[in-house]
Design a protein around this ligand. Sequence first.
Ligand SMILES: Cc1cc2nc3c(=O)[nH]c(=O)nc-3n(C[C@H](O)[C@H](O)[C@H](O)COP(=O)(O)OP(=O)(O)OC[C@H]3O[C@@H](n4cnc5c(N)ncnc54)[C@H](O)[C@@H]3O)c2cc1C
Length: 476
Amino acid sequence: MRSLASIAVAIGTILPFCSAKSLSDIIYRDVAVIGGGASGAYAAVRIRDDFHKSIALIEKQDILGGMVDTYIDKKTGKTFDYGVQGFLNVSGATDFFARFNISIGSGSASPSLITEYIDFRTGEKVEFQPPSSAKQIAAISKFLKVIEPWESMLFPGYWNFPEPSDIPEDFLIPFGKFLTKYGLEDGAPIIYSSTGLGVGNMSEVATMFALQSFGWDMARALTGQMGLFTPTLGGNQALYNAVAKDLGDNVLYSSTVVNSHRTEKGVTLTVRNHKTKKDTVVHARRLLVAIEPTHENVKPLDLSSFESKTLSKFTYSNEYAGLVDNKVFNSSYYYFNLPSSAAPDNTLVYQEDPMVASFQYTGLNDLFRVMVIGNTTTTADEAKVLSQDSFNALLKAGRLSGSNENQELSWATFATHGAMHARVTVEQVKEGFFQDLYKLQGARSTWWTGGAFAANFQTQLWKFDEGLIPKILRGL
Ligand SMILES: Cc1cc2nc3c(=O)[nH]c(=O)nc-3n(C[C@H](O)[C@H](O)[C@H](O)COP(=O)(O)OP(=O)(O)OC[C@H]3O[C@@H](n4cnc5c(N)ncnc54)[C@H](O)[C@@H]3O)c2cc1C
């Protein structure tokens, strides 16, 4: 039987007579995917190469990979990943590398650094003494035992999220209180510095969202029960470059949807290339949205009032990362931002966002990695100003080797990761937000993946996609 997409292609041959667009501006696909980062690129490959359905992948940037940011030193060709650090070895994850013949290893050896705790607002040293590594890891083992029974409620995705009356009470209390309740305070520093800081002051965030930002598999990785890996050559971007090669001209780069019409029968998207200003009309039988559903991102998607009301409840952190090249930093140090109240051993107090989390030596030339955790409104310009302010505070307080006069941070590269760690209020969770959110799945031929609908880790999103793809393709 001919697929509808092929029938649509046939119909397309007569469309020029009734449309102002030329034929080359109109394409017909089984599935259109918006966003070529972790969740979208993976789904596009699987749907096209393994399920033999036609796809169009619409990507805003001129490369695939989203939050994967690989810096390449022009002189030596050496790479440093200043976005995604590694891939959790979730089941099936290594197969995705193997299909592109990308060899993987346990990750590049980071330089061993001295952590210098400083309050970046004042530049003052914080005499914080974290628990020993052994104590932190022991606490993570205990933490894993406590949270293990709840895993299927949040991973992969919210399919099994309990009805409001069945939500575990612990999910909704602040994470700091949760850690105290179970005597897990010793684990807080490693939870925060690895991935928990993505939500800002994790102690104050509802436990379920802190679990989203760290969770089961990170706990397994830190306690040696799950591996973490990276490509051995070319940095993490190597994977997405291979995906780009594989998908060829099925990817519409530098493009976003500017208009759409979505029904139960399929979707029509007007996609604009922002470099050439050329529009392409994509007719697809299914749509997979693989971008954060922020107001800006979903505005062109002709949302129903229910979709709009549901998605507008999300708030986000806005995240930025970059590399700076300033010789005044000490290359033995990992400058880590904590409030002065963390001294001498309070593991549960953190800076409020927006904040610069750290300046961390990369091992490459004089480059330091900068991480900025912004709030819902923090822009890229503001993130750079915040970084400069923190740098000035360190200089003025004599934490760096240069003069204490203001100096410009010299950015070697800077990446906007933008909105992530989507969350809602405890009241909204209790009012059935996640049940409402998942009512969007499949409605008007549209399916949703990515951090806001599942988890905020690359390979966990692939696992989520694995469950979603059969649903997307049902009936195609
Ligand atoms: C600093 C940092 C470090 C991280 N480290 C790790 C790590 O070590 N391991 C790990 O597993 N995870 C890590 N993560 C998290 C992980 O990268 C994310 O969970 C994952 O990238 C989310 O995937 P996604 O598909 O939802 O979004 P993304 O990967 O961000 O992909 C979204 C894609 O859509 C594109 N896009 C955005 N808007 C539009 C639009 N309107 N139209 C078209 N295209 C659009 C973007 O350019 C991007 O390519 C890290 C995140 C950050 C910020």
